[in-house]
Design a protein around this ligand. Structure first.
Ligand code: ADP
Ligand code: MG
Length: 236
């Protein structure tokens, strides 16, 4: 958030205190996700090589690199969250390919729809948008939790975020809980037998490996905790 220009009112609440997410914050989140995908591309590809076709890290890295160029051309002052999220979703659909391109694309397109015409998202609106994205992936993928997919990280993340917000936790703490929930969900895919996607072709042999999509989805949620909380969230 270092490059966000200071607000006109010096007494303005910080992002952390107000708990709202503007377009610049969303762009920070997506840049952080792109950086994480770049840093973990080989690892994601290795996971996909074990139970798929070994392209997940390459595919997603290509897509997020392209998203970052879109962000570079963006004027945050002239863009609403829905428009940003929609352009990200369309970019991912057109650049990632495979199963995960349309699914991640749908995730962001549904987030865009859920954002409506808001100029900023408060914590509850952001959580609702994430859940709309989750539901979009499930309906587009005809998948559910337990199928050993990205839903197994995204689902617990949405539940964790909602529970923390209902308990009155501020956004940074709630996002940190969501990130931990996503990582636990990712780890719980290890023993699962895949029921969707390429990994399902392996049947019982898909057990004993982390799902690559759950691993990338955990990076997405961790990136949110690191950026949208408005403070440096612990990333243990
Ligand atoms: P492909 O399998 O076409 O090569 P990727 O390797 O990019 O695509 O992505 C694979 C990931 O996509 C899987 O690890 C899984 O998390 C996710 N995935 C695949 N099919 C589905 C589905 N029907 N629903 C949800 N996620 C899915
Ligand atoms: Mg693949």
């Amino acid at each position: 958030v270092a490059h966000r220009p200071p607000g006109p009112d010096t007494g303005e609440q910080s992002q952390t205190a107000s708990g709202t997410i503007d377009v610049a914050a969303l762009a920070d989140w997506l840049r952080a996700f792109a950086a994480a995908v770049g840093a973990h591309a080989d690892e994601l590809t290795t996971l996909d090589a074990a139970i798929g076709d070994g392209d997940h890290g390459i595919n997603l890295n290509r897509g997020m690199t392209s998203v970052v160029t879109t962000l570079d051309d963006l004027d945050p002052a002239a863009t609403a969250p829905a428009r940003l999220l929609k352009s990200v979703g369309m970019k991912l659909v057109s650049t990632v390919g495979g199963a995960s391109g349309p699914l991640y694309g749908t995730f962001f397109l549904r987030m865009a729809s859920a954002s409506g015409d808001r100029t900023v998202l408060d914590a509850v609106a952001f959580a609702a948008a994430l859940r709309a994205g989750l539901d979009g992936v499930a309906s587009r993928g005809k998948s559910e939790r337990g199928d050993k997919t990205m839903l197994d990280a995204l689902g617990p993340a949405c539940d964790g975020l909602d529970a923390a917000l209902v308990a009155g936790e501020p956004l940074p703490a709630a996002l940190a809980e969501a990130a931990h929930a996503a990582e636990r969900g990712r780890d719980r895919t290890f023993p699962m037998v895949a029921r969707k996607g390429r990994a399902s072709y392996l049947g019982p042999r898909s057990a004993g490996h982390l799902d690559p999509g759950a691993a990338s989805a955990a990076l997405l949620v961790r990136a949110a905790a690191q950026t949208l909380g408005g403070t440096t969230a612990p990333d243990d």
